[in-house]
Design a protein around this ligand. Structure first.
Ligand code: C2E
Ligand code: MG
Ligand code: MG
Ligand code: MG
Length: 279
């Protein structure tokens, strides 16, 4: 009987594994056709400067319309990274962002910076490294108007190519932000190895900051460390007035989160910029 049991549980687990693999294979196929059909759009979340009490930066966030329902990037970016589709998605997002930036410039909103997420995986997997700068130039935009946020959901191989590409982007005038700092793989080691202009403190720390003393200490230490290194700090996922107050008193540079605004459709940006008031 024991033997039978072992065998049953083996079959059970291998069934589970193949279900998971099938699901992922399905997702990969629908992602491929979504890329083909251009079923993506992007939304823009304001990043508020605490020093200037103004908005000049937005994070560009992808949205996938899958047969009429929206799929969260958290549910498809890891698969896109795993199956080598992420750089097509990244290019698509960069193009949409550039088009919108041209729109804003034409309407007289200059000095706007768009933060575009790019997976660290792309940097280390032999992407054509001139192409991102070419895209920015193609739209006649200045590289200063694009910040690349390094994100990582699948552990990327350590690679010197990554550092070379980052340096190239930075030398051209783009800025580089380290996303989700303090979680997963986004760590001190990246801060050591990569040319980082901005560090984004992960939402996880911010949402506990006013409740858990240890998290407040960590946020405070991250801000001090960034200042000592000459790196700009953005707090992510700020939802409460209490969190804003604490971040102001800790000397944080920028705040992003629902407290100020959810991500916005592109057509809402001009009016948002006109109407924005810090207080
Ligand atoms: P992220 O880059 O850390 O982006 C911030 C995420 O937090 C966004 O989720 C945003 O909508 C959400 N957020 C912002 N403020 C708040 C808040 O106050 N409360 C809460 N609960 N959430 C807040 P979203 O748009 O679902 O994106 C999830 C992740 O997917 C992003 O995290 C990023 O890692 C990835 N992602 C999104 N767009 C792209 C893209 O174009 N390329 C790549 N490679 N990754 C992307
Ligand atoms: Mg980001
Ligand atoms: Mg983030
Ligand atoms: Mg995050």
């Amino acid at each position: 009987a024991a033997k039978d049991n072992g065998r049953n549980s083996y079959e059970f687990y291998s069934q589970l594994l193949s279900d998971k693999a099938n699901k992922e294979e399905q997702l990969k196929l629908s992602l491929e056709s979504a890329i083909e059909n251009n079923d993506f759009c992007v939304v823009y979340q304001p990043i508020v400067s605490l020093k200037d009490k103004s908005v000049t930066k937005f994070e560009v966030l992808i949205r996938w319309n899958k047969n009429g329902s929206w799929v969260s990037p958290a549910d498809f970016i890891p698969t896109a990274e795993k199956f080598g589709l992420i750089s097509k998605i990244g290019d698509l997002v960069l193009n949409l962002a550039c088009i919108e930036l041209c729109n804003l410039n034409n309407k007289g909103f200059t000095n706007i910076v768009f933060n575009v997420n790019r997976s660290i995986y792309e940097f280390s997997s032999g992407v054509n490294d001139a192409s991102w700068l070419d895209t920015i130039k193609k739209y006649d935009l200045s590289p200063e108007s694009i910040c690349f946020e390094l994100t990582e959901s699948v552990l990327a191989p350590e690679n010197d190519r990554c550092i070379t590409l980052l340096n190239k982007l930075q030398n051209a005038g783009c800025t580089i932000a380290l996303d989700d700092f303090g979680t997963g793989y986004s760590s001190l080691n990246y801060l050591r190895r990569f040319p980082i202009d901005t560090l984004k403190i992960d939402r996880g720390f911010i949402s506990e900051m006013t409740k858990v003393e240890g998290d407040a200490v960590l946020v405070s230490a991250i801000i001090s460390m960034a200042k000592a290194l000459g790196i700009t700090v953005v707090a992510e996922g700020v939802e409460l007035k209490q969190e804003v107050d604490m971040l102001v008193s800790l000397g944080c540079d920028y705040i992003q989160g629902y407290y100020f605004s959810k991500p916005l459709l592109p057509e809402l940006l001009p009016q948002y910029l006109i109407d924005f008031k810090y207080d």
